[in-house]
Ligand binder design. Structure first.
Ligand code: FCB
Length: 477
C-alpha cells in the first residue's frame, strides 16, 4: 500500500504548558493562583488536589535545551507548542499602567488601546529574568528550526488578579475574582501586547487562550480548578470573559507582535472539541442531550470568538442583546484539542449523563479515533478556518495503548485532510514528557518520554520511534 502522505509543510510537534512542565529545576513559578491552589492545606486535605507539587516537575525551565533537542533530533519534529506563564512575567500588578478602555452602551468593555507609553510602563514592571529565559527558550527552538506556537493563557492567572482561596470561601466578598471580573480583560490585553512586543520575533503562531471551556467548567462547575466553585451563572460569566479575552489578545498581538515570517502574525484560539454521541441514536432524548453537549462545550465559545454571538440564555440563538460583533476581533486559525468520545444518555439536566466504559485510557477517557475526523469535519464546515490539532494524547502509564492510539487518531486525521478536504496544518501530540497534570498530579502519564522523578532523566516510551518515523517521513506507514 502507498504511504499516506501529509501536505507539504505540515507541522509535527508536541505540546507542553508552562505550569505543568517548567518547574522541577531552577526558579519555581510561585506567583499564580494555581500555585496557591495546589499548596493550599484545605484543598489538599479535602482531596480537591492531589497533594503532589509542581516544583517536583520535569524541570523544563532549566532542561529545555535537552528537551528541545529530543523533539528535533529523536522525534524528528519541526514544531513545538509552548506556553508562557503570565505570573512569571508580571509577578506584581500591572493595573496602574494606564490604557484607554472603551465601553459600549451597556457598560461592557468594547475596546482596549495600549499605547507606547503604556508599553514603557509594562517594560518597567516585567520580570527581566523571566523574560530573558523565555527568549532563550524560544531562541533555542528557532536555532533548532522548530516552529513555535506560543500560548498566552494556559490556565494559571497571576495571584494579584485572582485570590482563588478567598473566592472558594466567599466569592461574593472576595477581592480579586479572576475571570469573573471583566477588568481581567484589560490586564490580559496589556499582557498580550507586552508578550507580542517582547517575543513576537521568535514566534510563528500565537494561541491566545487554551480551552475557554475547561478553564471555566472545571473552575466554576466542577469545583476542581481554582476557585473550586459549582455555580452555573458564575461558569457562564467566566466562559464569556475567557471567550472575549481571545479578541482582545488577538487585537494586541496583531498590533504589537512583529511577524516572524512572511504573511503577518497569525493568531488563533485553542478549543477542546470532544466527540459527543447519543447512547441510542433512535431515542430523540439522547440525541437532544448529545446535541446540547456539543453546543455548550464545542460550539458556544467558538461562536463567540468568531462572530461575537454570546448566547447567554443558551436557547441556541444569539438574540439582540447577545450579539456583540465588536468583540469578534478576528481569528486566523482554530486549534483543536481532542482526546475522547463522550457517549451521552438523557437525564435530569439538559446535558444528560455521560456514560463510562469502553476502551479507555488510565483516567477513563474513551479511545475512539473516528471522533477526531468527525470534529475536524465539523469545525471546518462550521467556521471555515485553518485548523491545527493542538493536543491529542493518552494517559497510559503502562505504555501499552499509546502506539495504537497515535496510529488510530493520525489515520483519521489523514482522512479528514485527504478525503474531506479539511485544511489541517499541523499536529501537536500531548505531551513531550510526563508533567504535572493539574489537580491530578504526576500519576497521570501523557508523556512520550517518562521522567525519572529523582534524576529527571527522560526515558522514551515505545511511541517515540513510531512518531519519529511519521514526523520525519511526513507520512503514515
Ligand atoms: C488538556 C489541557 C492540558 C492537559 C491535557 C491532558 O485539557 O489543555 O494542559 O492537561 O488536557
Amino acid at each position: 500500500m502507498a504511504p499516506k502522505l501529509f501536505p507539504e509543510g505540515f507541522l509535527w510537534g508536541t505540546a507542553i504548558s508552562s505550569f505543568q512542565a517548567e518547574m522541577g529545576r531552577g526558579e519555581p513559578a510561585s506567583a499564580s493562583d494555581w500555585w496557591t491552589w495546589v499548596h493550599d492545606a484545605v484543598n489538599i486535605s479535602g482531596g480537591r488536589v492531589s497533594g503532589e507539587l509542581p516544583e517536583d516537575g520535569p524541570g523544563f525551565w532549566e532542561l529545555y535545551p535537552g528537551d528541545l533537542r529530543l523533539a528535533k533530533e529523536e522525534l524528528g519534529n519541526n514544531a513545538v507548542r509552548l506556553s508562557i506563564d503570565w505570573a512569571r512575567i508580571f509577578p506584581a500588578s500591572t493595573e496602574a499602567v494606564e490604557v484607554d478602555v472603551k465601553k459600549n452602551g451597556s457598560g461592557n468593555i468594547s475596546g482596549i488601546v495600549v499605547d507606547e507609553e503604556a508599553m514603557r510602563g509594562l517594560e518597567d514592571l516585567a520580570d527581566v529574568t523571566a523574560v530573558r529565559r523565555y527568549r532563550e527558550i524560544l531562541s533555542e527552538a528557532r536555532r533548532l528550526r522548530l516552529k513555535v506556537m506560543l500560548t498566552l493563557f494556559h490556565w494559571p492567572l497571576p495571584a494579584w488578579l485572582h485570590d482563588a482561596v478567598a473566592c472558594r470561601d466567599d466569592v461574593a466578598n472576595a477581592g480579586r475574582k479572576g475571570w469573573l471580573d471583566e477588568a481581567t480583560l484589560v490586564e490580559f490585553a496589556k499582557y498580550a501586547a507586552y508578550a507580542g512586543r517582547r517575543f513576537g520575533d521568535l514566534v510563528d503562531l500565537w494561541a491566545t487562550v487554551n480551552e475557554t471551556r475547561i478553564a471555566s467548567e472545571y473552575a466554576y462547575l466542577r469545583g476542581e480548578f481554582p476557585p473550586g466553585l459549582r455555580d452555573f451563572d458564575l461558569f457562564m460569566t467566566a466562559y464569556r470573559n475567557l471567550s472575549a479575552a481571545h479578541g482582545f489578545g488577538y487585537e494586541q498581538l496583531k498590533r504589537w507582535a512583529p511577524s516572524s515570517g512572511g504573511g503577518g502574525t497569525k493568531v488563533g484560539v485553542v478549543a477542546v472539541l470532544q466527540y459527543y454521541e447519543p447512547e441510542n441514536p433512535d431515542d430523540p432524548r439522547d440525541v437532544a442531550a448529545a446535541n446540547f453537549n456539543e453546543y455548550l462545550w464545542n460550539e458556544w465559545s467558538l461562536n463567540a470568538v468568531t462572530s461575537g454571538d454570546y448566547d447567554m440564555d443558551l436557547d441556541g440563538v444569539a438574540g439582540p442583546g447577545e450579539r456583540l460583533p465588536h468583540l469578534a476581533k478576528g481569528c486566523d486559525f482554530i486549534g483543536v484539542n481532542h482526546y475522547l468520545r463522550q457517549r451521552v444518555r438523557h437525564g435530569e439536566s439538559r446535558l444528560g449523563e455521560h456514560l463510562k466504559g469502553g476502551d479507555c485510557s488510565d483516567i477513563g477517557w474513551e479511545i475512539h479515533p473516528q471522533g477526531l475526523r468527525l470534529v475536524l469535519d465539523w469545525v471546518w464546515r462550521r467556521y471555515r478556518l485553518p485548523v491545527y490539532v493542538t493536543e491529542n494524547g493518552i494517559a497510559d502509564a503502562s505504555d501499552s495503548k499509546r502506539v495504537r492510539y497515535l496510529l488510530g487518531y493520525l489515520d483519521e486525521l489523514h482522512r479528514a485532510v485527504s478525503e474531506d478536504g479539511v485544511p489541517v496544518r499541523g499536529y501537536f501530540h500531548w505531551t513531550l514528557m510526563d508533567s504535572y497534570e493539574w489537580n491530578r498530579g504526576f500519576g497521570t502519564r501523557f508523556g512520550l518520554y517518562c521522567v525519572d522523578a529523582a534524576t529527571k532523566e527522560r526515558v522514551p516510551t515505545r511511541t517515540v520511534p513510531v512518531y519519529r518515523e511519521i514526523c520525519s517521513s511526513n507520512s503514515l506507514p
